[in-house]
Design a protein around this ligand. Structure first.
Ligand SMILES: [Zn+2]
Length: 76
């Protein structure tokens, strides 16, 4: 169960994302097919989530920090 985990960073203002599962990309490359992309949704009030690709590999999605907060802190 300690399979290496893929982490994807989602844009701060985006609720949906499309990622390529790294495990599937390797499998697809070996098979000569391309089906490793999957789409998911991380609602704007959530900072992270766990998702499964179509083959069931776990992919962690983290939300990027909003840029406004950092620049506001620097200005103050
Ligand atoms: Zn996969």
């Amino acid at each position: 169960m300690s399979e290496r985990e893929q982490v994807v960073v989602n844009a701060a203002a985006a609720a949906s994302y499309t990622v390529v599962c790294a495990h599937c990309a390797e499998l697809d490359a070996a098979e000569g097919s391309t089906g490793s992309t999957f789409a998911g949704r991380l609602d704007l009030d959530l900072h992270h989530g766990m998702f499964l690709c179509r083959r069931g590999h776990s992919v962690r999605v983290e939300r990027a920090e909003p840029p406004e907060e950092q620049s506001a802190a620097d200005a103050a």
